[in-house]
Ligand binder design. Structure first.
Ligand code: MCA
Ligand code: AMP
Length: 492
């Protein structure tokens, strides 16, 4: 297939190669510099199998992933806050040949057995090393580009294998929907170990020949600064837009900065209509929503040239087939804004399957190749999709992260103070949903505190999977089969 990043080799069509490609804080690389450092690294990666990337929100992560893609080698982004159990699982499952990290980054012992390659971002040191053509243009469309770990209802996270064609397809479809060009300057503060921050937020601008300024971590001050200083687009999860909506009344500079933006895009979870309205009232701008999944990349979006309608995720992107189906799998043909069905999608934006999980991969698709998203929706008469819920109550979306209840329950059960555990999600104005743990203590006289259990889960799995609320119970409500009745807990 053709290069994923034409601007790296040919230069953006509408700008010279000294145009900035990536900026993280006060460190940046132009297209020419990124080409040099990424290709120098890529030369050292060719021939390897998968490589892990210690995916901090830093310049080195972006360089490492671009280098892997240039080398035609699949990258496995690791959450640097992953706990020992989660990290152990991902490493065993994905078996990377080596790990790429920024010089000086301290890596946990779980990675000690892997060869480490430091990522240099010094173009002066790179020039001499980068010689000869790179094989990336010979990589095939179906070759894996990324393996991204994503939680399910039960068990440990599964590695979604995302081929090169899915990345190219989804980014080009978004370019069409958003009139996204090399002239755009994107600002975001998303983590780089998930599709939203990495594929849309880093690879997206690079494929267009535009630039990205990463905030390191999200803050409304950072958004104000960058949008005032020439950035044109903002990507965020609803929690970020909620924080913007909360801050707007006290920060006229934020309102002014947002009102200058070309496009404000929210995704990864539903943005409440109240937050849409507060932002529009204060800035005159409408936030547009797009809907995607790790397994499918992007499926729908409100178009830049279409009507922005709060509470909807817009229309299917070019090349994406989308249908709603009844419980028995029969397609729903009505566009009546009422009939609820599961969203199924088909198209070149889809992943190829879960790594080492033929069972789960087969179960994810219908016999005729539609991917079952598990999201429930209705369609407006003009085709706009409105997501109304999720099939599985055991999936929680908190801060835009997908978190499986079963995974947290298993981790809680490994705590000596816990005899039984159930996990649910409950509404949270900031996070969308917060994780609630229902625990039968091993010793009712000294039940484990919320802090203890939060630290335990953060250490084992990841901080964003930690319970925010813990209820102590004498017993968990169970049905005749012994299954925990989560509805009887008041949630789920
Ligand atoms: C707190 N912290 C802890 C503990 N408690 N660390 C260790 N042990 C503890 N017990 C740390 C947290 O890790 C965090 O660190 C900091 O303290 C603050 O925690 P918290 O308040 O929970 O988080 P926050 O900083 O308020 O985060 C809100 C957020 C974040 C910024 C919105 O949730 C976020 O970045 N969400 C983005 C999720 C995302 O990208 N999803 C995309 C997947 P630190 O700040 O250093 O981390 S979905 C996707 O990709 C699909 C395709 C799609 O459609 O987009
Ligand atoms: P993940 O598995 O982390 O990639 O998250 C994918 C899930 O995020 C989807 O299945 C949806 O449930 C949810 N999601 C993503 N974007 C939106 C959106 N704009 N509105 C509502 N839900 C969304």
């Amino acid at each position: 297939m053709s290069s994923l990043f034409p601007a790296l080799t040919e230069g953006p069509t509408d700008a010279p190669t000294d145009r900035p490609a990536l900026r993280f804080g006060d460190r940046s690389l132009t297209y020419a510099e990124l080409g040099a450092v990424a290709d120098a690294l890529a030369h050292r990666l060719t021939g390897h199998g998968r490589v892990a990337v210690w995916a901090t929100a830093e310049l080195e992560t972006a360089v490492a992933v671009v280098a892997a893609l240039r080398a035609g080698v699949a990258a496995v982004p690791l959450n640097p806050k992953s706990g020992e159990k989660e990290l152990g699982h991902i490493l065993t499952d994905s078996a990377p040949a080596l790990v790429l990290a920024a010089p000086g980054d301290e890596l946990p012992t779980a990675l000690a057995g892997l060869t480490r390659l430091d990522v240099s971002i010094d173009p002066a040191a790179a020039d001499a090393a980068a010689t000869g053509p790179l094989p990336d243009t010979h990589a095939s469309d179906e070759d894996p580009a990324l393996v991204v770990y994503t939680s399910g209802t039960t068990g440990p996270p599964k590695g979604a294998v995302i081929p090169r064609r899915a990345i190219a397809t989804t980014l080009d479809a978004l370019a069409d929907a958003w009139q996204w060009t090399g002239a755009d300057v994107l600002v975001h503060g998303l983590p780089l170990f998930h599709v939203h921050g990495l594929v849309l937020g880093i690879l997206g601008p690079l494929r267009r020949g535009g630039s990205v300024r990463h905030l390191g971590r999200f803050s409304t001050d950072g958004v104000t600064r960058e949008l005032t200083d020439g950035a044109t687009m903002l990507f965020g999860v609803p929690t970020m837009y909620h924080r913007i909506a909360e801050t707007l009344p006290d920060e006229p500079a934020l309102a002014k900065a947002l009102s200058r933006a070309r496009l404000l895009v929210s995704g990864s979870a539903a943005l409440p209509v109240h937050d849409h309205e507060r932002i529009t009232t204060a800035t005159g701008q409408r936030v547009i929503e797009r809907y995607g999944m790790t397994e499918t990349l992007m499926n729908t979006s409100v178009r830049a040239d279409g009507e922005a309608r709060a509470g909807t995720v817009g229309v299917p992107l070019p090349g994406v087939e989308l249908r709603l189906v009844e419980d028995d799998g029969s397609p729903i043909t009505s566009y009546d804004a009422e009939t609820v069905g599961e969203i199924q999608v088909r198209g070149p934006n889809l992943f190829t399957g879960y790594l080492n999980r033929p069972d789960a991969s087969a179960a994810a698709f219908t016999a005729d190749g539609w991917f079952r998203t598990g999201d429930m929706a209705v369609r407006d008469p003009d085709g706009y999709v409105r997501i109304v819920g999720r099939k599985a109550t055991d999936l929680i979306k908190s801060g835009g992260y997908k978190i499986g209840a079963g995974e947290i329950e298993n981790a809680l059960l490994e705590h000596p103070g816990v005899r039984e555990a159930a996990v649910t999600g409950e509404p949270d104005a900031d996070l969308g949903e917060r994780i609630v743990a229902w625990v039968v203590p091993a010793d009712p006289q000294s039940p484990p505190t919320v802090q203890e259990l939060a630290d335990h889960v953060a250490r084992r799995l990841a901080p964003h999977k930690r319970p925010r609320v813990v209820h102590h119970l004498d017993t968990l409500p169970r049905n005749d089969m012994g299954k925990i009745m989560k509805r009887a807990l008041g949630h789920g």
